[in-house]
Write a protein that binds this ligand. Sequence first.
Ligand code: NDP
Length: 284
Amino acid sequence: MAAQIISGKTLAAQVKERMTGETEALKRQGVTPCLAVVLVGDDPASAVYVRGKQKDCEECGIRSLLVRLPAEATQQQVLERLAALAADGAVHGILVQLPLPRHIDERAVIAAIPPEKDVDGFTPVNVGRMVIGEECFLPCTPAGCIEMLKSTGQPLAGKHAVVIGRSNIVGKPAAILLLRENATVTVCHSRTQGLAQLCRSADILVAAVGREGFVTGDMVKPGATVIDVGINRNAEGKLCGDVDFAAASEKAAFITPVPGGVGLMTRAMLLVNTVQAARMQARA
Ligand code: NDP
């Protein structure tokens, strides 16, 4: 039997509707949530992502501010712009679009975002809070994965979750959030031995590798839930994930598509974090 599709489109639309309502309520209290996006250089893919984020904000009534700096901007200049945004009471969320030009130290830039405005959840303070289970901004992609898993109505507690990938922005935080949901978590990476076997034992399989067709049908346990984080281009230039969707759908009970899956929920979770930032700063 073919798997049920977990639609990022449907779930993201629900989140956006909720965030539109919350933004209206905040505006009635005199607060307009505002996200500042810092874009350094002219990487075309980054520009597309940033436009998408601005469009999402607009749809929900959130103000967005684009701060553009040339590719040759110095690290000091980027840090100065961040300091100005940090001090600006009308700006609630700050996001630095990655990757940054090579001459800029990404870690130093991220660390310069005040934790209360870090809507990407990438600063060491927010990562630390996430790990110890304190209230914080959760990184958007893994948080979106958890929302998608919860939407199936299947309990996560006690399930074996296998995460393929251990990057700081996807794999590692996905593993932490699954652990917070009381799943039993295995994290796989390029040095893992017996990866296919581990995947076959997964009730929940999260693929965040960045390689087309990495997860084949025989790696999926019958009845599993498969979350495909990968965004790749195939030989025909079409967007595809890390999972062989057709084959995995035959085995899984639930599966996310690419496109139309995790990517859309990632964008939606940024709106959630921005509204949360505005709400918290309005209270402070
Ligand atoms: P990274 O390249 O930072 O990490 C990839 C991970 O996959 C690494 O941990 C690496 O292991 C692991 N890996 C690579 N090859 C193998 C292998 N042969 N066997 C097992 N593990 C392997 O990528 P990201 O985490 O940033 O992104 C992963 C994918 O998700 C990409 O396609 C990216 O485009 C997509 N993405 C999608 C988002 C969305 O919104 N849907 C958001 C962010 C990313 P090791 O650590 O050992 O090198």
